[in-house]
Design a protein around this ligand. Structure first.
Ligand SMILES: Nc1ncnc2c1ncn2[C@@H]1O[C@H](COP(=O)(O)OP(=O)(O)OP(=O)(O)O)[C@@H](O)[C@H]1O
Ligand SMILES: [Mg+2]
Length: 371
C-alpha cells in the first residue's frame, strides 16, 4: 500500500509505547493507588472525563508496564454485575469459578489464595462503570475487600461523569471513600503530537505532511478527543489509499470528518440505563423505515423490544426516558401542530448516525444485560 505501512497504530484498541500529555495522570495514579498498595493500603479511585481523552488507554498502558501490583482490566459493559466482573477477573488469573451461585466469600477466598501464591496484590480496573453503583452488594464487597475478606484489592472505576452525578452514589457505595481524577480534553497541540506519533508508525514517509496533521488536530479540537483525531487520520488515509494517491490531501480529511460520529461512543451508551436503552432501541427500529416517529408509536414498540430483552421489570414513564435521551444528544425532537384543534404532538428523530449501527450496539448491550 502506498499510504499505510501498518494499520495497527490507527486501530482503536492499539496501546502505544508512550502516552502523550498524560504524565500528570500517570503520576497521580501511581502516587494514589499503586504505591499505597505496595505498602498494603487500598485506595479506590474514580477516573472520569469526556469520550476519547485517554482514560482507557492510560489504564491499559499501566497494565502493560506495571508488574506489581498486578493490574486486571474488565469492561463492565460485558458483565451484568460486580460478581460477574470478579469471576471474570479470577478466570483471567487462571481460576475458574461459575458466576452464578458463587458467594463473595468464595470469590475473595480464591483471590486471597492467588495473591498469597503469587506474592502480588491486585488493582481491578472497571471500565464503563457508570451503572455499577446500582449493584450495592457488589460495591460494598469491593470497597471492603480488605476488611471483610482480607484481600488487598484497589478498584479503579472509569466513567464519563464524576461519581456525584450518579444519584445517591455515596449511600449506595456504602460510604466508600474514593479519590477522583479528571482527564481533561486535549488541546489542538496535544492532538497534533498524538497524531504525529501515530502517523510515524502507521504511514509511509511522504504520504502525509504536517499541514494535514495540524488540520486534523484543529477539526478534532472541539471534542478534545484523541479518538476523533486518530479515527479521522485513519479514514483520511484509507480514502487517499482508495483513490490511489501519493499522499493524503486536505480533501481526504474533509471526507473523513464527514464520516465520523464523535458523540455516540460505547462509553456514551454505557451511561444509559436499561429503560433508556429499550426506549432508544424502539426509536431506532421505528426510524429504520421513516424519518421521524412519535410517542404513540414508541410505546407499543418498547413492548415488543422488551419481549426480546426483558431487562426492565417495572413500568416507566416513556416521556422521561425520551427527555433524557434528548439531553444526552441521542435523539432530537420538536413539537408540531396536528392541524386545526387537534392539538400538538412531539416528533422524534435521530440525525447523526445510521440507526442500524446504533441498533446493533444497543442490542449487544441488552443481550448481555438480559443474559
Ligand atoms: N495521551 C495519548 N497518547 C496516545 N494516544 C492516546 C492518548 N490518549 C488517547 N489516545 C488514543 O485515543 C483513542 C481514545 O482513547 P481512549 O479509548 O483511552 O479514550 P477514553 O477516554 O477511554 O474514551 P471513552 O470515554 O469513549 O471510552 C485510543 O485509540 C487511544 O489509544
Ligand atoms: Mg474508554
Amino acid at each position: 500500500m502506498r499510504i499505510i505501512r501498518d494499520t495497527d497504530p490507527l486501530d482503536s484498541s492499539f496501546i502505544p509505547d508512550r502516552l502523550i500529555a498524560r504524565e500528570r495522570e500517570l503520576s497521580i495514579i501511581k502516587e494514589n493507588v499503586i504505591n499505597p498498595l505496595r505498602e498494603g493500603i487500598t485506595s479506590p479511585l474514580w477516573v472520569y472525563g469526556y469520550p476519547g481523552v485517554g482514560k482507557t488507554v492510560t489504564l491499559k498502558f499501566l497494565q502493560k508496564t506495571v508488574k506489581s501490583p498486578r493490574i486486571i482490566y474488565e469492561n463492565a459493559l460485558s458483565h451484568g454485575s460486580i460478581r460477574a466482573i470478579l469471576t471474570s477477573m479470577l478466570s483471567q488469573l487462571g481460576r475458574f469459578i461459575p458466576p452464578s451461585g458463587t458467594t463473595y466469600k468464595q470469590i475473595f477466598t480464591a483471590l486471597r489464595d492467588l495473591s498469597a501464591k503469587s506474592g502480588t496484590d491486585f488493582i481491578l480496573v472497571l471500565d464503563e462503570a457508570s451503572q455499577l453503583y446500582r449493584d450495592m452488594e457488589g460495591m460494598y464487597n469491593l470497597s471492603r475487600a480488605g476488611e471483610i475478606h482480607g484481600v488487598l484489592l484497589s478498584p479503579i472505576f472509569i466513567s464519563i461523569d464524576p461519581p456525584e452525578v450518579y444519584s445517591s452514589f455515596r449511600e449506595r457505595a456504602g460510604a466508600m471513600r474514593m479519590s477522583t481524577l479528571k482527564f481533561n480534553k486535549y488541546s489542538s497541540d496535544e492532538l497534533y503530537f498524538i497524531l504525529k506519533d501515530r502517523s510515524e508508525s502507521a504511514l509511509n514517509d511522504g504520504a502525509y505532511d504536517d499541514t494535514i496533521l495540524h488540520y486534523i488536530a484543529e477539526t478534532s479540537e472541539p471534542y478534545g478527543s484523541a479518538r476523533v483525531a486518530i479515527e479521522t487520520l485513519q479514514k483520511a488515509a484509507f480514502m487517499a489509499e482508495y483513490r490511489n494517491a501519493e499522499s493524503i490531501e486536505i480533501e481526504d480529511v474533509r471526507g473523513a470528518v464527514s464520516l465520523i460520529d464523535p458523540y455516540i461512543t460505547e462509553s456514551k451508551l454505557a451511561e444509559l440505563n436499561a429503560k433508556d436503552l429499550v426506549t432508544l432501541l424502539a426509536v431506532c427500529r421505528l426510524l429504520r423505515v421513516s424519518v421521524s416517529t412519535d410517542m404513540k408509536h414508541i410505546v407499543p414498540e418498547i413492548r415488543s423490544v422488551m419481549e426480546a430483552y426483558p431487562v426492565v421489570r417495572n413500568e416507566f414513564r416513556v416521556y422521561d426516558t425520551v427527555r433524557r435521551l434528548e439531553r444526552a444528544g441521542f435523539v432530537t425532537s420538536h413539537v408540531i401542530g396536528r392541524g386545526d384543534r387537534k392539538g400538538v404532538s412531539k416528533v422524534i428523530q435521530i440525525n447523526d448516525i445510521p440507526v442500524s449501527i446504533l441498533s446493533q450496539k444497543i442490542e449487544s448491550i441488552l443481550s448481555r444485560m438480559s443474559a
